[in-house]
Design a binder for this molecule. Structure first.
Ligand code: C2E
Ligand code: MG
Ligand code: MG
Length: 400
């Protein structure tokens, strides 16, 4: 592993700078050069780099914003900023954003060599602290586990608040690890996102969920949706809508029985690439939902431009809405805004009768949470469907 070349990503919209750096650093390191932050972000989501060198002034997303994004996603990244300005203010801004060091153009190659060496030494120190072998091992294990079909789906009911009727379920992936037991997504999704395995994992989740939805349809659940969490990286694949279309056809499921959940930040990260994909999915009839709504750092105004059907109000608002008037005010405002845009609102993390009462009085459309039922194995939903599916939703919590 130590013989592998260190990887350097260069982001600069000046082709001359790109080729100078590529030529100079390419002999010692594995280098990749891109000409915009928009191209770099999807790359960074799927691949690891030991050093990222980025221009500060670029069209559309600038280098400072790029650095902030990278640091918020992967705080241990080592970044060197390149700027045309020999100006201390700019250097301070770069460091504040999270850059490790700074070089100004025109630069001498000696200077580039010294900065690169220092940055990579720093990288080695932090990697050493983080015991990288563990990361690599888990990465390998994760990829093998996909092949070994160690991933299972649990399903959590989604309930219509006014009637108490179960209108669908959200599919939540778990890793049935041979030694470590049942692992929750928090233990492996971030890793899968970093090493790219999320694409394969995401596709197998989608296939399993759609296949299951078809079986439930056959058992009489014909007005019933299955929601699947989709990672931003899946959305960035141009062929994603076709993959979904052929899957639906293969298993014989109507598009309207599938809902795709994506997080707010997906759009911010990819600078609009995902929107086209969502539009195509929605034209096919697939429902689109924004997950963890309210936790992202985006403005509300983008909501009206997105091709979506519903928002999922994040559990953190629901948690405190009954006790904190500020949270209650936010919940009221979000529900009103969503309804004005003709979007359905699903509240996440409902745990108590009081929370349910409040959400009902606010005309929230649907809810999900331990109060109605924890995520359960497929067999629990199947048993409920076989018994005529009109029993109390709380029946589903017994297998938690
Ligand atoms: P999410 O999509 O927001 O899913 C809801 C999470 O909240 C689930 O955690 C669920 O078990 C938990 N939850 C539901 N009701 C309650 C409640 O009343 N109280 C509390 N405290 N928690 C509740 P889980 O299963 O650990 O999933 C965590 C996240 O992992 C999901 O958040 C989703 O973002 C991600 N995830 C799950 N499955 C997949 C998948 O197949 N693909 C991708 N890309 N992400 C997934
Ligand atoms: Mg979700
Ligand atoms: Mg959520």
């Amino acid at each position: 592993m130590s013989e592998e070349k260190l990887r350097v990503l260069i982001v600069d919209d000046d082709p001359e700078i790109r080729s100078i750096l590529l030529e100079f650093l390419g002999g010692s390191y594995e280098c990749l050069a891109l000409n915009s932050a928009e191209e770099a972000l999807p790359m960074l989501a799927t691949q690891q780099f030991d050093l990222i060198m980025t221009d500060i002034a670029m069209a559309r997303m600038n280098g400072l914003d790029l650095v902030r994004h990278i640091i918020s996603e992967a705080p241990n990244s080592v970044i060197v900023m390149i700027s045309g300005q020999r100006n201390i203010e700019v250097a301070i801004q770069a460091m504040r954003a999270g850059a490790f060091d700074y070089i100004t153009k025109p630069f001498e190659l000696r200077e580039v060599a010294a900065v690169t060496r220092r940055a990579l030494e720093h990288r080695k120190r932090i990697e050493g602290d983080r015991a990288p072998s563990r990361f690599d091992e888990t990465s390998k294990e994760l990829l093998a586990a996909i092949g070994n079909q160690e991933f299972v789906l649990h399903y959590q009911p989604q309930v219509e608040i006014q009637t108490g009727r179960i209108v669908g379920v959200e599919a939540l992936v778990r890793w049935q690890h041979p030694n470590r037991g049942l692992l929750l997504p928090g233990d492996f999704i971030p890793l899968a996102e970093r090493n790219g395995a999320i694409l394969q994992l995401g596709e197998s989740v989608l296939r399993a969920a759609c296949t299951q939805a078809r079986r439930w349809f056959d058992l009489g659940l014909n007005d019933f949706r299955v929601a699947v969490n989709v990672s931003p990286q899946q959305l960035q694949q141009n062929h994603f809508p076709e993959t979904v279309a052929s899957l639906l056809q293969e298993v014989g499921l109507q598009a309207s029985k599938l809902e795709v959940e994506i997080t707010e930040n997906s759009f911010m990260l990819d600078g609009g690439i995902g929107i086209q994909t969502l539009t195509e999915l929605r034209e096919m009839g697939v429902l689109i939902s924004i997950d963890d709504f309210g936790t992202g750092y985006s403005s509300l105004s983008y909501l009206k431009r997105l091709p979506i059907d519903s928002i999922k109000l994040d559990a953190s608002f629901v948690k405190d809405a009954t006790t904190d008037t500020d949270d209650a005010a936010l919940v009221i405002a979000i529900i009103a805004l969503a309804h004005n845009l003709r979007l359905r609102v699903v509240a996440e993390g409902i745990e108590t009768q009081e929370q349910l009462n409040l959400l009902r009085s606010l005309r929230c459309d649907e809810g999900q949470g331990y109060f109605f039922g924890r995520p359960v194995g497929e067999e629990v939903i199947t048993a409920w469907a076989e018994k005529g599916n009109n029993r109390e939703p709380t029946i589903l919590s017994e297998a938690a």
